[in-house]
Design a protein around this ligand. Structure first.
Ligand code: ADP
Ligand code: MG
Length: 611
């Protein structure tokens, strides 16, 4: 014989768990009681809509909070549906029974939806006992014939109910605070908690007669009905910001999950002034009630400059409403949002280029950081990069898709060069052959850009290649019209001498096809890793080659090479010094000269010879 048993529960023990183990922050009891008041008002609105006769029908649908720090009480009162005796027993006398959930289910059966109801777990009310010595619930149901009741408990396993006269419709909850929790009866404390969690409750909320929720939950409204001013006001309220929002994305979707988000890009970038790292400021809401004001894993690190809110009615909250049951879903929400935000920036870039470029100047480093850290969005982020190039005017930017669009037919790769400025790059030796062949070169002015290129690797299947590599497929440049080329014999003589002079320090010495104004250049088989880049890599504990084998290419048409050719016969020691100096200059141009002391001393020695 098999007998079926029901689980038994020790009520006292259960209450104890709810009160002492469920919540991390005591202050959430205010959120819970306010949410219940809001639900009660929402239910009343539904009952009104279905044409019932209602007690005290003239009472406003609002929530009133009174603080009394003398008496040490906090009172939360609503003119919602209230409770009769049976409802008190069922809802407040039964742990984990949610009258709100039952209400939604009943409405659903009638084919209606109650989207704004918050309650679902049937435990929130008991959170008051975290701070309360006792809780009194004065209540009277909306039904015209109803009576008023007082429910009272100290949360230790028992409660009392008695009839009381003179009640109006709705519920008034008086929380008598424990001695050490009296802070919750101070108006400032309560105001800041309400601001944090309950700024967007559906109905007006007053604290000591003063309206609190002055800003609407505009993210749930239709985009077309929201004025620009409302977005600006919301941003300042939500982000506690003093600047104006630069631009914003208002995003709503129903599938695969219900999602409403408002993402703002600020005008000011605090990290730009070296004021430390910005903390992510995107709050997670469920039905207008705050769940987490900085969900850690929601968005990638590089998006920390974005401010705003995300609201989803679908998120499977855990019972304390402090986090979600399903961290994978949180990641999914984050993925959708990130993708949508990148798309939004792409649209800005193409449609409002000027304001995008202003954004790029102030916030570009977050995008660059994204390219190097957020591999799943790397390609999309690559489209957001903006650089000056050899074909743009100074101070004007291009994107890789524009650069790719301008590529010559036979060109397979996109070239870039790092330098401290446009002038520095254009005076250097590497750009000459590209200029002569009118091949566009992307100019990188910050060390981090080199790092970005090495992570991005390619754009639209076109490899990103540093223009200082040897063996690039370039046609040779024409020497200056008045330049005198040395004979092949002379130039190989000079190359041989240089090879002998430098030994293993140079992998090879060759006459160059790519130089016009400059006497020589060093090139490498691999991308030349600049001193800068090596510093970054060292800081990231990556292994860095100490010596990069470079090849020297000389410009046989350059006057300096003609002189060197003569000098090596007339005064070899001086010729050696000049050659060393030329190579150091090349290394400097390549960003490879780490220590300049030797060079500086040599220059003094050379100067001494000027008589
Ligand atoms: P939940 O809100 O998740 O349902 P609670 O423990 O917060 O759980 O509340 C339990 C139930 O008590 C609610 O579902 C509701 O039926 C009832 N209740 C709580 N507060 C009020 C109120 N201010 N007015 C009317 N009913 C309330
Ligand atoms: Mg509740």
């Amino acid at each position: 014989m098999t007998k079926t048993h029901s689980f038994a529960a020790d009520v006292k023990q259960m209450l104890d768990i709810v009160v002492h183990s469920l919540y991390t922050d005591k202050e959430v009891f205010i959120r819970e009681l306010v949410s219940n008041a809001s639900d009660a008002l929402e239910k009343l609105r539904h009952i009104q809509l279905s044409g019932n006769t209602i007690l005290d029908d003239n009472l406003p649908l609002e929530i009133n909070i009174q603080t009394d720090d003398q008496a040490g009480t906090l009172t939360i009162q609503d003119f919602g549906i209230g409770m009769d005796e049976a409802a008190l027993i069922e809802n407040l006398g039964t742990i984990a029974h949610s009258g709100s959930k039952a209400f939604v289910a009943a409405l659903k059966e009638g084919g209606n939806a109650a989207e704004n109801l918050i309650g679902q777990f049937g435990v929130g009310f008991y959170s008051a006992f975290m701070v309360a010595e006792s809780v009194q619930v004065y209540t009277r149901s909306w039904e015209p014939e109803s009576k008023g009741y007082l429910w009272e408990s100290s949360g230790t396993g028992e409660y009392t109910i008695e009839e009381v006269e003179g009640q109006r419709r709705g519920t008034k909850i008086v929380v008598k605070l424990k001695e050490d929790q009296k802070d919750f009866s101070k108006p400032e404390t309560v105001k800041s908690i309400v601001k944090r969690y309950s700024s967007f409750v559906q109905h007006p909320l007053n604290i000591n007669g003063e309206k609190q929720n002055t800003v609407q939950a505009i993210w749930l409204r239709n985009k077309n009905e929201i004025k620009e001013e409302e977005y600006r006001e919301f941003y300042k309220f939500q982000a506690d910001a003093f600047d104006e929002p630069r631009f914003w994305l208002h995003f709503s979707s129903d599938a695969p999950i219900n999602l409403n988000a408002l993402l703002f890009v600020p005008t000011e970038n605090p990290e730009r002034y070296g004021l430390g790292r910005t903390e992510s400021d995107i709050a997670l809401y469920c039905k207008k009630v705050l769940i987490d004001d900085s969900p850690q894993t929601l968005l990638p690190e590089w998006m920390r400059f974005v401010k705003g809110i995300v609201d989803s009615a679908d998120i499977p909250l855990n019972i304390s409403r402090e986090s979600m049951q399903d961290s994978q879903l949180l990641q999914k929400i984050g993925k959708v949002l990130t993708g949508r935000f990148i798309k939004f920036l792409q649209e800005k870039r193409t449609k409002e280029t000027e304001s995008y470029d202003a954004f790029w100047k102030d916030f570009g480093h977050y995008i660059k950081e994204g390219v190097t850290t957020d591999w799943s969005n790397r390609e999309a982020l690559g489209k957001l990069l903006r650089y000056e190039t050899s074909l743009t005017e100074p101070g004007k930017f291009s994107s890789f898709d524009e650069i790719a669009g301008r590529m010559k037919e036979e060109q397979k790769e996109i070239y870039y060069l790092l330098g401290s400025s446009r002038e520095a790059i254009e005076a250097g030796p590497y750009i000459e052959a590209f200029k002569a062949n009118s091949i566009e070169v992307v100019y990188l002015f910050e060390g981090v850009d080199e790092f970005v290129m090495s992570h991005l690797r390619e754009f639209d299947q076109k490899k990103l290649v540093s223009a200082d590599q040897e063996g690039l497929n370039l046609e040779s440049v024409l020497p200056k019209p008045d330049a005198v080329k040395m004979s092949d014999a002379e130039s190989s003589d000079l190359c041989e001498w240089l090879k002998a002079t430098f030994g293993s320090r140079l992998s090879d010495v060759k006459p160059s096809q790519r130089l016009v104004e400059n006497p020589a250049v060093v090139l490498s088989k691999d991308r030349i890793m600049s001193a800068n880049m090596r510093r970054i890599m060292k800081a990231m504990h990556q292994s860095v080659p100490n010596e990069i084998p470079v090849q020297l290419e000389i410009n046989p048409a350059h006057p300096l090479m003609h002189s060197l050719l003569k000098l090596k016969v007339e005064n070899e020691e001086l010729a050696r010094m000049v050659a060393e100096q030329i190579v150091d200059n090349c290394m400097l141009n390549a960003g490879l000269l780490d220590d300049t002391r030797v060079m500086v001393n040599r220059i003094y020695n050379l100067l001494e010879k000027v008589k």
